[in-house]
Each structure stands twice: as structure tokens, then as C-alpha cells.
Write a protein that binds this ligand. Structure first.
Ligand code: NAP
Length: 263
């Protein structure tokens, strides 16, 4: 580290599970960018205080935002890019002239992650469990990628209906469906995604029954701690294809570099 090293943050509460600081600091070194990313544990109640202070730190250039702050930070941003407005969720913020500019790369990171493993999306059928910040963002990006059908499943049904109606109002060619959280049909889907926090760290709850998917289905888990989640283990056990959550974060490296004009 040097005196003029740029500082990036990764804000979360709790902060123990975050992977971005290790990954991005390594990338900065590899790409010879004079910067580091530090984990910052800030509680929701202290966000206003945090943002008013951080804006005036001249060598603090921005941050990635994770659970539980992706929605809460919206009101502190001076400008929101389209993806953040659509999803009402922010996962990257840059500071320019003491102004906070928020965007969201979760959805496009997810899509690019699939493409990085040569998986095709166009005209495919997707089912997604969980439509929180990341899940909603993924839905918008899947529609933009012209998938054929998108089925949304979520524990909170009001939230589910609200998002489904917003997505239907986009008037895309993607058919939008919803299903019951407990009594769901995922038997005809090419991809079934876990975008809930189930399976994170020590949690061993399965969000859906892998046996209910077709034999050539690809099971995708966006949870990446552990790298091989309980759901992915189930996918392997039942001989399904699978796609790991780390791909979604790795593909955000390029996007973040462009956003901060680093590479
Ligand atoms: N791979 C990556 O790059 C990447 C990026 C972002 C996030 N993630 C991971 O994705 C997960 C979700 O993140 P997020 O930002 O979308 O979180 P979030 O906004 O808090 O949303 C959480 C989602 O999980 C559902 N959920 C939580 N507990 C549940 C339970 N016990 N049973 C059923 N559903 C439950 C919620 O349903 P309700 O609406 O019913 O509450 C909601 O849909 C986290 O584990 C996070 O680490 C990974």
C-alpha cells in the first residue's frame, strides 16, 4: 500500500461472509491498479452517518454494497443508473465530486457468468426462487437476454406479485409466471436458480427439490459461501448440470472496472 492508494469498501452487516474485498484486492494487484478494497461493517441505522462522512474522504472512491443494505442505500444516492432504478436496489456506488452514484451489476453479472461457461439463455425456460435485491436484478437481465419463460417463486407473496406485475408491464416477449412457494412445478425448466440466502454458510436448508427438475436441467446457486452449497451437492447427487455462484461475482470484475474507469 502507498500513500496515494485508492480505497474501495464493501459494506455489509454482518460482514464475515463477504468475498469481494479479497477478490478485488487481488485483482487490483494483478492489474497493477493502486487500490485496495476493505470490508466495512456498518449497521442500517448508521448508514446516513456513514455516507455523510465517507463523501468527504478524498481517497475513498467507491464501494460494493451487500446484505442487508442494497435497498436501504437508494435514498442516499445522488444519482441512480437505470439498472438501480429498475430493480430498486444498488450493489455498487462510486463517489464523484462528493456525489454518490449507484448502480447494480447483479443481473448482468449473473447473465455474463452463464455466458462465460458457454451456457445459452435465449429462448430457454428459467425458474427463480427468491426475488430479493439480487433475484429481482437477475429477472430484469434475463428478460433483456430474451429468455422464453421466467417463473418467479418467493416466500413473500405480495412482493412476488408486485415484481411479476412490473415485469409484465415491460411488455417483453418473455412469458412471466408465478408459482406457489411450497407447491411449485419446475419440471419443464432448463434452468432453476436459487437467489435466496438459503444454503449460505452453515445453513443446510434446501430451497427446492432437485428431483422435481428435468434430467437435463441446470441448477444454479448464486450463494457462493460455501462455493459448493448444499443445493449444488444435491444437483451433483442427482446428476444435474450445475453453475456456481462465484461466476456471477467474477463477471462483475469487468463491469466494476468500467464503472470506476480502472480498466
Ligand atoms: N454470487 C453473487 O455474486 C451474489 C450476488 C448477490 C447476492 N448473492 C447471494 O444471494 C443471496 C440473496 O441476496 P440478496 O441481496 O438478494 O438478498 P435479499 O435482498 O435479502 O433477498 C433475500 C431473498 O431470500 C429469500 N429468503 C430469505 N430467507 C428465506 C427463507 N428462510 N425461506 C425462503 N426464502 C428466504 C427472501 O424471501 P422473502 O422475500 O420472502 O423475504 C428473498 O427473496 C445471498 O446469499 C447473497 O450472498 C450472491
Amino acid at each position: 500500500m502507498k500513500a496515494n492508494t485508492k480505497i474501495f469498501g464493501c459494506i455489509a452487516d454482518p460482514v464475515n461472509h463477504v468475498k469481494a474485498p479479497t477478490l478485488f484486492t487481488k485483482i487490483f494487484q494483478e492489474k497493477k491498479v493502486n487500490a485496495i478494497m476493505i470490508p466495512i461493517n456498518v449497521s442500517s441505522n448508521d448508514l446516513e452517518y456513514f455516507f455523510s462522512g465517507i463523501k468527504s474522504i478524498k481517497n475513498f472512491v467507491g464501494m460494493t454494497v451487500t446484505i442487508p443494505h442494497k435497498t436501504n442505500v437508494l435514498k442516499y444516492c445522488d444519482h441512480l443508473e437505470k439498472e438501480a432504478i429498475d430493480t430498486q436496489s444498488v450493489n455498487w456506488i462510486k463517489i464523484e465530486n462528493q456525489k454518490l452514484i449507484g448502480t447494480n451489476f447483479d443481473g448482468i453479472g449473473f447473465v455474463n457468468g452463464l455466458k462465460s461457461e458457454n451456457l445459452s439463455l435465449e429462448k430457454k425456460d428459467f425458474a427463480i426462487f427468491g426475488i430479493g435485491g439480487a433475484g429481482a436484478s437477475i429477472c430484469y437481465s434475463l428478460i433483456r437476454s430474451k429468455v422464453k419463460r421466467l417463473k418467479l417463486i418467493n416466500r413473500n407473496f405480495n412482493k412476488l406479485n408486485l415484481l411479476a406485475n412490473k415485469l409484465k408491464n415491460l411488455k417483453s416477449n418473455t412469458e412471466i409466471l408465478i408459482d406457489d412457494f411450497r407447491d411449485y412445478d419446475i419440471s419443464e425448466y432448463d434452468y432453476v436458480i436459487n437467489a435466496t440466502s438459503l444454503g449460505l454458510k452453515d445453513n443446510k436448508d434446501l430451497i427446492f427439490d432437485v428431483k422435481k427438475t428435468k434430467s437435463d436441467c441446470t441448477i444454479v446457486d448464486i450463494v457462493m459461501d460455501p462455493e459448493e452449497t448444499i443445493l449444488i451437492k444435491e444437483a451433483i447427487r442427482h446428476r444435474r448440470n450445475y453453475h456456481l455462484g462465484k461466476n456471477m461475482l467474477i463477471s462483475q470484475i469487468k463491469l466494476a472496472g468500467n464503472f470506476f474507469k480502472l480498466w
